[in-house]
Design a protein around this ligand. Structure first.
Ligand SMILES: Nc1ncnc2c1ncn2[C@@H]1O[C@H](COP(=O)(O)OP(=O)(O)OP(=O)(O)O)[C@@H](O)[C@H]1O
Ligand SMILES: [Mg+2]
Length: 607
């Protein structure tokens, strides 16, 4: 197809040249041949006329009257002076159109009307003017000339000359042949030159076209050689400039696209772009994860309603478009325990025309959780403080109302008030400690210490309480052991104490508490295993939350605030350790503290 266009240009140039030369040559030939012919004819005519006039033949004939009576003399005169040296045929015709004398004796006595052109003879006889016509005699082309012979009473006869035109015609045919040959030669040269010229135009154009084709496949480094300073050279130069600029622009666009692609791929928020009709243009990996779509699937052109619109009435295309009309919008979408905020707005093309809608899906689950936790925390604190306060208030009121008079009642009431005040005190202390831990204001002094000694000490402290409750504490570890850990002694003691106290609190009489310490590579695992009431699986992940208690009434009855494990977790975190909890309701609970161990270097290492 491309080649056809180029060759057609080439052929057109050649054809135009061909036509130009052909037309020019034809006009010149026709004009020249015509001029040569008329020149030849007039010179023939002038020649004969001059000969006829110059020979006094006409005045000689005028002296005979009538002509026919002197035919013998006239023939004699013709024979004498005209048969030799005059190549044409000359005859004398009288008024009655009889040939009375002729250089061609075979014509004598015959009628001129049959042999000659009677029209010019008659018109010559009538008007006295010389006549002329073209004709043929026995197949030979001839020129007929007619000269009037004046008599006393007008024209009495004519001299009729027939000139043979064969040689002139042969000459003209020769001339025509020469012109045809010249034209053919000129045309051949024209075609040749035309081709060369056309090639000099089409070859560079073909070159540019080929390069454009290569460029269309994405190769912008291609250049066309600039061979001349003319229009074609300029075209090549312009092409090279265009290719350069296009290459730079495309690579800039590609860079931007790659940058954008990378940003979209790695951004934590989901991004979905659709056109105004609701067909999907793009969905980044985060969006695919959130929407539960296949990461690899080609979603271009998929229907927005199938992908997002059906999730929530607020996310339908119509509602989103409405939102965009009022300058973009946002909506909160909840999926199970996850919360997302979806922001959307239109995006425009370079002319400011709306092209589609972009939706950004942000996972705000954590933030929401935090907000919920804060609200819960405030509610919990208020509630926890309110309960003892209400108790204190009601007992003091009862005392003031007269119960004070009964000493025993007063004593028991005051004990309750004291217990509730203690409880409040503990609560406030715990809260303060948590707040200090939160804000990293609780000073933690990490020093190298033996965790085994620390656990031994805690067990000693709780021994009495356990005994009172009829519980057996069994240390399974080597009590003489030495496992070095970086720890804040008081805080870590609080941690172990909290965990063992819990085990004591939530284990029924006659139960057992096994305490073990094991070193596992660079970690030490301190575990407290009881055979108490256990924790239901749904509560297990929540026991480290603030104020969380499985059985609120039971815990409160035992003076618990639900902050113990929360504080424990904060402290263990600040030691770079972690807590693990396993439990089966009715079978018991195992809480493990995992701490990093100080690796003792060999003597050689110290050296
Ligand atoms: N060993 C255990 N066996 C059964 N349940 C437990 C055990 N340890 C903790 N729990 C559950 O986890 C909850 C949270 O424990 P946490 O120590 O934080 O609070 P508490 O013991 O109720 O109060 P506090 O420790 O502040 O006096 C407890 O209320 C209890 O329901
Ligand atoms: Mg506790």
């Amino acid at each position: 197809m491309k080649r056809q266009v180029h060759s057609s240009v080439r052929w057109r140039i050649v054809l135009i040249y061909f036509m130009l030369v052909f037309i020019a040559m034809t006009i010149v030939s026709v004009f020249l041949i015509d001029r040569i012919e008329s020149y030849q004819m007039s010179s023939l005519r002038d020649n004969i006329t001059n000969t006829v006039r110059g020979s006094n033949l006409l005045s000689f004939l005028e002296s005979f009257d009538p002509l026919k009576d002197h035919s013998g003399e006239i023939q004699q005169a013709l024979d004498d002076s005209w048969t030799s040296g005059f190549t044409q045929e000359l005859s004398v015709v009288d008024q009655r159109l009889d040939i009375i004398a002729s250089t061609n004796t075979s014509l004598l006595g015959k009628s001129a009307a049959e042999l000659f052109d009677p029209d010019i003879i008659v018109s010559c006889l009538m008007t006295g003017e010389n006549g002329e016509s073209d004709g043929s005699a026995q197949g030979i082309p001839v020129k007929n000339l007619c000269y009037a012979v004046e008599g006393a009473e007008g024209v009495k006869g004519v001299v009729y000359v027939r000139a043979d035109l064969s040689s002139i015609n042969t000459f003209l045919s020769q001339a025509r042949l020469i012109f045809v040959e010249a034209t053919a030669l000129a045309l051949a040269v024209t075609v040749l030159l035309g081709f060369t010229l056309a090639r000099s135009i089409t070859v560079p154009i073909n070159d540019v076209t080929d390069k454009v084709q290569i460029m269309s496949q994405g190769d912008f480094d291609i250049r066309v050689p600039v061979k001349s300073d003319d229009e074609i050279g300029q075209l090549a130069e312009m092409f090279n400039m265009l290719a350069g600029r296009l290459g730079a622009t495309i690579s800039e666009i590609n860079n931007e696209k790659n940058k954008l692609g990378t940003i979209l791929r790695y951004m934590a928020d989901g991004l979905v772009a659709i056109d105004l009709s609701g067909s999907l243009l793009h969905a980044n990996p985060a969006a695919r994860t959130i929407l539960g779509l296949d990461q690899e699937a080609d979603l271009e052109g998929a229907d927005y309603e199938d992908i997002m619109g059906h999730l929530d009435e607020k996310l339908s295309l119509d509602r989103i478009k409405e939102g965009c009309d009022s300058g973009g919008g946002q909506t909160v979408y909840r999926k199970g325990s996850e919360t997302y905020v979806i922001r959307f707005d239109r995006f425009k093309d370079e002319n400011g025309k709306d092209v589609g809608i972009i939706l950004v899906i942000q996972d705000i689950t954590e933030r929401q959780k935090l907000e919920d936790m804060q609200t819960d925390f405030v509610a919990n604190v208020s509630h926890e403080l309110k309960t003892p306060l209400t108790n204190i208030k009601s007992y003091t009121e009862t005392l003031l109302d007269g119960a004070m008079d009964d000493r025993d009642t007063a004593m028991s009431f005051l004990q309750i008030v004291d217990k509730e005040a203690d409880r409040m005190n503990r609560l406030v202390k715990d809260l303060l400690q948590l707040s200090r831990l939160d804000h990293q204001q609780e000073p933690i002094f990490l020093r190298e210490g033996n965790i085994v000694l620390l656990v031994n000490m805690v067990l000693m402290k709780v021994e009495m309480t356990a005994k009172q409750k009829g519980l057996t504490i069994r240390p399974l570890y080597d009590e003489e052991g030495d496992i070095r850990v970086n720890l804040d002694k008081d805080r870590m003691e609080q941690v172990v104490m909290n965990i063992i106290t819990n085990a004591i609190k939530y284990t029924n009489e006659g139960g057992h508490i096994d305490v073990d310490i094991r070193q596992d590579k660079d970690q030490v695992r301190v575990s407290v295993q009881d055979d108490g009431i256990g924790i239901p699986p749904e509560s297990l992940p929540r026991i480290f939350e603030r104020f969380y208690r499985v059985d609120k009434a039971r815990s409160r009855a035992m003076g618990g605030t639900g902050l113990g494990l929360a504080i424990t977790k904060e402290i263990v975190d600040s030691h770079g350790g972690s807590l693990e909890a396993e439990s089966k309701p009715g079978e018991g609970t195992k809480i493990t503290i995992v701490l990093p161990v100080i690796i003792r270097r060999g003597v050689r290492d110290i050296e």
